[in-house]
Each structure stands twice: as C-alpha cells, then as structure tokens.
Design a protein around this ligand. Structure first.
Ligand code: AMP
Length: 550
C-alpha cells in the first residue's frame, strides 16, 4: 500500500468528529489494505505491537534534528515553528513543502518501506546511534511528500492526533471483516496486538476464534474493584479466597522450557531488567510451559516492604543491572496461573487455577519465591484478621477473590475486590502543564490532570497539581515530561497523555472550570504510577462515586 493512501485516510479522519463516521472510514481503509498488520498499528499511532521490546527511541529533539537535516532549516527555527503551529506534524509538512523532494527510494513510499525504515531506526543502538537514527529519519523525510511528512513525524512520536483509539479500531475490524465485536475484543485481550487481530479477522470468524493465549505474548491483566465493605463482598461471593494485597508491582511470567519472559502491568517486556526473577523461575518452576502471575516485592532490612519507587527502579533499569539486583533484591509471590503445558486456564475457576499454581514450585520454601498464602472463608472476622496482619506487615490490605470465577483479561470486575484503608487517592492522567515563573521559569510548575470517560475514550480535566513541590522535584518532573511536550502556547503546554499521577486531595468539589465538572481541593502529588497506563487511570464514574461517598 502506498503511504500516501494512509496519509490521506488520516487527513480525512482528522476532519471528522463523529466516532461512527471515523469507524466507517477506518473499516473501509482496513478492508482494502494490504500490509494489514502494519497499517492497523499505524492508524492508532503505534509502530510496534505494545508487547514488543522494540522501540524507536526517537524524541522530539532528534526529530527536529532530522527535519533540519532534510530541509536545511535550522533546528532552532524548526522548534520555533513547532511552538507557533502547536504541532510537529504540521511543521514537518510545511517545511517539506518548501524543499525539493529527494527521491532516495526508487518508487513512491509504501507503508512497508516506512515500517522497515522505522524498524531499522529502532534497531540502531549503542554509541553514535542518535546521529545514525537522525540521518535515517532525515532520509525518510527526504523521500516523503509534505502530507506524508506530517504523518511520519506523528508516527515517530507515536501520537497521530486523529482521534482514533483502540475502541474505534476494534469496531472497525468487526465492521470491515463482518465478525462479531466481542470476538475481536476477546482476541485482542488475549494477544495484545490489533494488527494480528485484524489480519486474522480478515480470514474469517473461525480463524479469529482460534486466536488464543500464547506463551511469550502478554495477556491483558485482570483487575480489581474497590470493595464496598468486607461484609458486602462476602455476602455476594458467599465464600471468598482471601490473600494479602502486597505492596509491590505486578508481573506476568511466561515460561517455555528455559525461555522466560516477564511483563509489567503495562505489558512492557521487563525481562532484561529482572535477571534474578528469570533465574529463579527457571530453577524452581516445574512446568515446561506456563503463564503465571504474581507480585514482585522488595523487603527492606526492617522486614517491611520498601517503597514502590524502589521496585520501579528495578523494573526500569537498563544498565548496571547486576548492581541493582544486589541493592534491591526482589521476592516474587505468585497468585495465579493462566496457562499450563499447552492449555489455557483462563476459563477455569480460580480454585482450579490455584491447584495448578500450588503444584508449580519444586520446593515450598524459597527466599526468592512462594505461592501467595490464601484462605477460603465466609467469616468476616477471619477476613478482618488477615487484613490486620497484612497492614501490620506494611502491605496494602487484602484481596477478596471469588473462587468460582474465571480469569477475565483486562476487566475490572466484581470477582476480585480489594480492601484497603480509606483516604482514597485518584490515579489521574497528566495531559498538560504550565511553565513556572521567575526562579521556576525553566520548570514545568504545574500539571493539568484528567480522568477517563470510558464511554467516549476522552480525557476530562479535573484540576491542576503543582504547589507544595520542591525545586528539586519540579526539575526531576520537568526532565520526565520534556519529551512528551506536544505543543506550547505561551506558558501553556500540551503533553502527550502517557503518565499517571496518584493524587491525594482533601475534597472533590463540583466545578464548571474543568471538563469533568469536578475539581480537587488541595490536590497533592503522592506518586508517579509508572506501572499504570492511561487506560488504568480512574474514570469519571469513580470520581462521581467518591464525590457521593463524601
Ligand atoms: P490496584 O493497583 O490498586 O488497582 O490493585 C490491584 C493490584 O494489586 C494488582 O494489579 C496487583 O499488582 C496488586 N496485588 C497485590 N497483591 C495481590 C494479590 N494477592 N492478588 C492480585 N493482585 C495483587
């Protein structure tokens, strides 16, 4: 497929506001597309499947450098234009209009060529790689028509800005290939790759139904709801399986013989950062092929869990990993089994999955790994006892799980309920910011927060957080957000919605000033939830619920 066709469809969608209309355009496009896996990912602004360890490694400055190389316009000027136009894509388009297209590639750009170029850029690592990446990208711009440049730039930043999210693409796949929406959804939850789902749906519903859990590909994780109370939870479940809710980070473990792959809650491949965990899995897990889930925890010298940020340091570490393993040793507590020796277990009840899990370790006692202790009970007093134990050990609370329930990928349902002390916080998406003033002029001084509207996929603003932070914290945060700046107007900054803040507050108030209709009184940043993605952030319903509970 010619890349210009992809660019034209994006442009058409950009001029559309109705979700239904967008779905129809995307469906028509997918129906006629070859390179289906690639263009399906492209249309939601991603180059590689979410689970793939490959990443482009190109931030805005490298992109500006490449455009400057390709068009001869100075980098500072490119930056100024981005500031004025509020969009890198449009800037690249405008700049390419002014230069003569150098057709380095023999024919018109195809989606496959663009993808292959991206792949080569992603695979360029090590010393001098930044320069090489910029040169490769400059060559790509050199061969692109202005409109193509707009979408190449946006793809590089993985922000297509055409308003097409996963939901629209899922509906479009169903429409294009005449397959049921729920089958598309199911296949996506199990494979995490819309490209693959689209290509399979094209072969028909029979093939789509065959898509299943595959060791090596992450499954969207089952999530927990907040329990109204222990009593109501027990009432509803009759009998509940109670486990501590550990203060750690979730891991999904895929083992095929000696090959072990680890995924974080955001389904990032974190295998390389956690060699101690892969080693222990290889040593003590008896099954040849298995997918397990558990919580990685770090216990300090005082016997209590270390701060969550310490665990994240382990997950994110890319160099000197050996040193980090020594500094922050991890312990893994396993609470679920999703697949064993060729068979998916997700439709089996928890009690049955638990039996498989209990047989998974060679030895019961190991300082690095265990199966999470579990008590099945219908007695609220017993639950309270376990809750107190968990809290006094420094963990978060308890999980009450329905022993009869299946594992529902990606769903936050009633079958897993969490109980933790009140003082609820909100997990909110950072969508914007504002440069500080005076001494703080080089820092982003406050951040705009938003909750999700699951019905439309929109992010609804709910307030700003900023006061009460030290200069040091502000500098650190500015560093973190620098590469996410999408556009700037005066002091206002639009940020790519990627980072989730856990925010404490004193009260939720009604407010006409924000899209959500609510504002937070005295909001304060508690932590950066690096284990959560935008889809995991709290919804407007959750805000309404908390508002009512006040
Ligand atoms: P939350 O992040 O507050 O939505 O709570 C759900 C998270 O609790 C899961 O994603 C796990 O990382 C964590 N967790 C801790 N202990 C358990 C457990 N026993 N079972 C399931 N999840 C647990």
């Amino acid at each position: 497929m010619k890349f210009i066709e992809f660019a034209s469809v994006c442009e058409k969608i950009e001029g559309t506001t109705s979700n239904l209309e967008m779905t129809k355009i995307v469906a028509q496009f997918l129906k006629n597309a070859d390179d289906l896996e690639i263009v399906t990912r492209f249309i939601i602004g991603s180059v590689f499947p979410a689970w793939s360890p490959e990443e482009l490694g190109v931030g805005p400055s490298l992109l500006y450098n490449a455009v400057s190389m390709s068009t001869g316009v100075k980098e500072a000027q490119v930056k100024d234009m981005v500031r004025n136009l509020g969009d890198t894509g449009l800037t690249c388009e405008k700049l390419c209009e002014k230069r003569v297209q150098r057709t380095l590639l023999p024919t018109e750009l195809t989606t496959m060529q663009v993808y292959k170029n991206f792949e080569a850029i992603a695979r360029t690592t090590g010393k001098g790689s930044q320069k090489k990446k910029a040169k490769m990208l400059a060559d790509l711009f050199g061969s692109a028509k202005p409109k193509e440049a707009r979408y190449i730039a946006r793809l590089v930043l993985e922000e297509l800005r055409i308003g097409v999210g996963e939901g629209i693409v899922r509906d479009a796949i169903a429409l294009a290939f005449d397959v049921p929406k729920n089958e598309v959804e199911r296949a996506y939850m199990l494979t995490n790759d819309l490209g693959m789902v689209a290509a399979t749906a094209k072969k028909g519903v029979k093939e789509l139904k065959k898509l299943d859990i595959t060791p090596g590909r992450p499954v969207k994780m089952m999530l927990a709801q907040v329990a109204k109370s222990m009593e109501s939870a027990i009432d509803e479940m009759k009998e509940a399986a109670i486990e501590w809710k550990y203060d750690g980070a979730r891991v999904q473990i895929h083992k095929v013989n000696d090959d072990v792959t680890l995924f974080s809650r955001r389904l990032e491949n974190v295998t390389k950062s956690l060699p101690d965990v892969t080693d222990v899995i290889r040593d003590v897990v008896v099954y040849k092929q298995v997918i397990l889930e558990g919580e990685a925890i770090a216990i300090g010298e005082d016997g209590r869990p270390r701060p969550f940020q310490d665990i994240l340091k382990r997950f994110r570490r890319k160099y000197d990993i050996g040193q980090m393993v020594k500094e922050i040793p991890l312990h893994l507590t396993l609470f679920d089994a999703l697949y064993v020796n060729g068979k998916s277990l997700i439709h089996k009840p928890l009690s049955e999955r638990r039996r498989v899990l209990e047989k998974s370790l060679k030895k019961k006692e190991d300082p690095k790994i265990n199966v999470t202790p579990q008590t099945v009970t219908n007695d609220v007093k017993v639950v309270e006892g376990i809750y107190k134990e968990a809290l006094s050990a420094g963990h978060e609370g308890v999980m009450l799980k329905n022993p009869k329930s299946a594992y529902t990928p990606g769903k936050r349902g009633k079958n897993w309920l969490k109980v933790k002390p009140m003082a609820e916080t909100l997990d909110l998406v950072v969508t914007g910011g504002m440069w500080g003033e005076g001494r703080r002029a080089n820092f982003i001084g406050s951040y705009l927060l938003a909750c999700r509207d699951p019905a439309t996929g929109d992010l609804l603003s709910i307030g700003r957080v900023g006061t009460g932070m030290t200069d040091e914290q502000l500098a650190e945060l500015t560093g973190l957000f620098k590469d996410l700046i999408v556009s700037e107007k005066g002091k206002d900054i639009e940020l790519k919605p990627e980072i989730v803040f856990e925010v404490g507050y004193e009260e939720i108030q009604k407010s006409p000033n924000y899209d959500s209709g609510f504002a937070l009184r005295f909001p304060r940043l508690i932590s950066i939830r690096e284990d959560k993605s935008v889809e995991d952030a709290d919804s407007i319903e959750r805000v309404q619920e908390l508002y009512k509970m006040q």
